[in-house]
Design a protein around this ligand. Structure first.
Ligand SMILES: NC(=O)c1ccc[n+]([C@@H]2O[C@H](COP(=O)([O-])OP(=O)(O)OC[C@H]3O[C@@H](n4cnc5c(N)ncnc54)[C@H](OP(=O)(O)O)[C@@H]3O)[C@@H](O)[C@H]2O)c1
Length: 337
C-alpha cells in the first residue's frame, strides 16, 4: 500500500511517499480503507523530531487524524462491520476513564503509525463511529482538535448556558471550541490577529471579537466585555505569550484550559493572581474514546459542521504543512486520499 512517511532520518526532506505491505486484521482488529486525513499543529513538529523523545522509531506514517471505511475484520470483532465509517482514536489506548501514563502513551502519527496510508489495522476499541451527517473530510477533522475542545469545555470544564468563554485564535481547536461553546449556550469572545477572520468567526456565532495585535491588552478588554468580573473559561492555545492576558481575562474561580504553547512553552506570570483569585489551570491534551462518542452524539443532534479551511490531495502533504505553518488557515486543513 501507498503511505506518506518520514523515512530513514528525522527531517522534512525525508518525508516522502513510500510503500508498505498491505496489512491484515488479526483477532479483535479491523482493517480500515482510509478516505481522508487532517492536520494538527503537532504535525509541523513531528518530521523534525520536535515532539519529544517518545516518538516511534522510523519509518513513521504521518498524521493523527483521519476517517476511513471498515473493509474487513478479524475474529472476535463484535461492534463494527464492513462498510462502517470510522475515525481512529487519537490516543489508541485511551478508551475510557481519566488520563494516565499508559492511556497517553500511544498517539497516532507520533508514537504509532498514523492515517496517511491506504489501510490501517487497529483494535476495534481504538476506533469510533463517525457522525453520519458529516462528509469524509469533515469527519476526518474530529479526533484531535474537536475532542480537545470538547474535553476542555464539557468533560473537564462543565460549561453551562450563560457562561462566558474566551477563545484564542481561529485554528482547529479554537473554532471547535467556539462551536461547542455556542451549542452549550455560552457567550463567546474570540481573539485573532486578523479582522477578516474575526468577521468569519462572527458569522459562526461569536458574540464579541478582539484583534489581539490591535489590542495587546486584550485580557483587560475581555474582562470589561464580561461585565468587569471576567470570563468563566479561557481556551488557552498561546502559552507563554498569552497567559498573562488570560489571567487578566478570567474571573475569580474561573478556569483556564491550558491546551497549546504556540507562542512559547515556559511561563513567567504573577502566580499570586492564580492563588488569590482561585483560578483553575487545567491541562488538556485531546481526550478518550468516551469523549469522542459524547461529542459525536452532540454534533449529530445539533448538525454541527467543522470549519474546513482547505483540502489538499494525498500527494500534497508538504504544501499542506506549509499552509498550516503560514497561519493563513481558518479551521482545519485536510487531505483527501
Ligand atoms: N489540534 C489538536 O488536536 C491539539 C490538541 C492538543 C493541543 N493542541 C495544541 O493547541 C495549539 C493549537 O493547535 P491547533 O491545531 O488548533 O493549531 P492551528 O490550527 O495551527 O491554530 C493556530 C492559530 O492560533 C492562533 N494563534 C497563534 N498564536 C497566537 C497568539 N500568540 N495569541 C492568540 N492566538 C494565537 C492563530 O489564530 P489567528 O490566525 O486567528 O490569529 C493561529 O492561526 C497548539 O499548540 C497545539 O499543539 C492541539
Amino acid at each position: 500500500m501507498r503511505v506518506f512517511q518520514v523515512e530513514d532520518a528525522w527531517s522534512m526532506n525525508n518525508l516522502r511517499i513510500g510503500a508498505r505491505p498491505d496489512p491484515k486484521p488479526g483477532t479483535g482488529q479491523v482493517r480500515i480503507r482510509m478516505k481522508a486525513s487532517a492536520l494538527n499543529y503537532r504535525d509541523i513538529l513531528v518530521p523534525i523530531r520536535g515532539y519529544g523523545s517518545r516518538m516511534k522509531h522510523l519509518p513513521l506514517i504521518m498524521l493523527g487524524d483521519g476517517l476511513g471505511v471498515v473493509d474487513s475484520s478479524g475474529e472476535s470483532v463484535t461492534r463494527l462491520k464492513p462498510g462502517d465509517r470510522v475515525c481512529p482514536l487519537f490516543f489508541q489506548s485511551w478508551v475510557s476513564g481519566a488520563p494516565n501514563q499508559q492511556r497517553l502513551s500511544l498517539s497516532l502519527g507520533c508514537d504509532l503509525d498514523g492515517t496517511m496510508a491506504e489501510f490501517m489495522v487497529l483494535p476495534e476499541a481504538g476506533v469510533a463511529l463517525a457522525p453520519a451527517h458529516l462528509d469524509d473530510i469533515e469527519a476526518a477533522s474530529l479526533p484531535a482538535a474537536a475532542v480537545t475542545a470538547w474535553r476542555a469545555l464539557v468533560t473537564e470544564g462543565r460549561s453551562k448556558p450563560g457562561d462566558k468563554v474566551l477563545v484564542q485564535g481561529t485554528g482547529g481547536v479554537s473554532l471547535f471550541a467556539l462551536q461547542f461553546a455556542k451549542m452549550l449556550g455560552a457567550t463567546v469572545i474570540i481573539i485573532s490577529s486578523s479582522d477578516e477572520k474575526l468577521a468569519r468567526a462572527r458569522e459562526m456565532g461569536a458574540d464579541e471579537t478582539i484583534n489581539y495585535n490591535a489590542v495587546p491588552e486584550w485580557g483587560k478588554r475581555a474582562r470589561e466585555i464580561a461585565g468587569g468580573e471576567g470570563v468563566d473559561h479561557v481556551v488557552e492555545v498561546g502559552g507563554q505569550g498569552t497567559m498573562a492576558q488570560s489571567l487578566r481575562a478570567v474571573r475569580p474561580g474561573g478556569t483556564i484550559s491550558v491546551i497549546g504553547v504556540l507562542s512559547g512553552a515556559t511561563l513567567n506570570v504573577p502566580l499570586g493572581q492564580i492563588v488569590t483569585r482561585h483560578v483553575r489551570l487545567q491541562g488538556i491534551t485531546v481526550g478518550s474514546g468516551d469523549d469522542f462518542a459524547q461529542m459525536a452524539e452532540a454534533i449529530a443532534r445539533h448538525k454541527v459542521h467543522p470549519a474546513i479551511s482547505r483540502v489538499f490531495a494525498f500527494e500534497e502533504l508538504h504544501p499542506a504543512l506549509d499552509f498550516l505553518a503560514s497561519g493563513k488557515h481558518f479551521g482545519k486543513i485536510c487531505i483527501k486520499h
